[in-house]
Ligand binder design. Structure first.
Ligand SMILES: Cc1cc2nc3c(=O)[nH]c(=O)nc-3n(C[C@H](O)[C@H](O)[C@H](O)COP(=O)(O)O)c2cc1C
Length: 181
């Protein structure tokens, strides 16, 4: 079990090249289930997901992503793009007040949801890439996100045409200390 989980964690890569092949609905559903079961602040589950399949809708979203972003083409090449949106002012709040000095925890909760999604997708033979570098307001407008919601990340999902090699990681001893920082 641990070995299976570690294999998925280590072998997942950011995939930016996709095959022209649709994702079966039941496979997509199982990947979305990974978001459903992500942990979140006080189980707030502040995520909202827009499932983008229509080529014109993908093209509108792509306009928000700089051409220099290595994931730009993945927006139109992947059969599905998931736009992870959040309702700020919920995660990290208690009775309308921020409960910690960090204020809103929606970025944190969406990060957990995104990683759950990417790992489940990889286990299902799919590739994903988390995109963060784009005009968020423009992308939110492209998917008609209502007032009070933010579009945080765009995640193209599909069958990988090319899987890059793993970028180097820091050694565990470089980022871990014992008992004090
Ligand atoms: C919050 C976040 C934002 C990212 N934004 C982009 C992006 O805008 N474009 C892109 O091509 N990759 C993006 N990436 C992917 C990273 O470059 C990638 O995860 C990192 O290089 C490690 O490679 P790996 O995912 O294959 O292990 C992003 C990843 C994260 C977690």
């Amino acid at each position: 079990m641990l070995n299976d989980v570690m294999k998925v964690i280590k072998e997942r890569r950011s995939v930016r090249n996709f095959e022209d092949k649709p994702i079966p609905e039941e496979v997509l559903k199982s990947v979305l289930e990974a978001i459903q079961w992500a942990p979140s602040w006080a189980n707030t589950q502040c995520w909202e997901v827009v499932i983008i399949k229509d080529p014109d809708a993908k093209a509108r979203v792509q306009e928000a992503v700089p051409k220099a972003n290595p994931g730009n083409k993945a927006i139109v090449d992947a059969p599905v793009v998931l736009a992870l949106c959040a309702r700020p002012g919920t995660a990290g709040y208690f009775k309308g007040e921020a409960a910690t000095k960090f204020g809103d925890w929606f970025m944190f909760d969406l990060g957990l949801a995104a990683q759950n999604l990417c790992l489940a997708a990889h286990a299902a033979g799919l590739g994903t890439v988390i995109l963060g570098l784009f005009d968020h307001d423009k992308a939110a407008a492209a998917v008609n996100a209502p007032e009070g919601y933010e579009l945080v990340t765009l995640i193209p999902v599909g069958y990988p045409a090319k899987v890059p090699s793993a970028p180097k990681r820091r050694d565990i001893v470089e980022f871990c200390r014992e008992d004090t920082f």
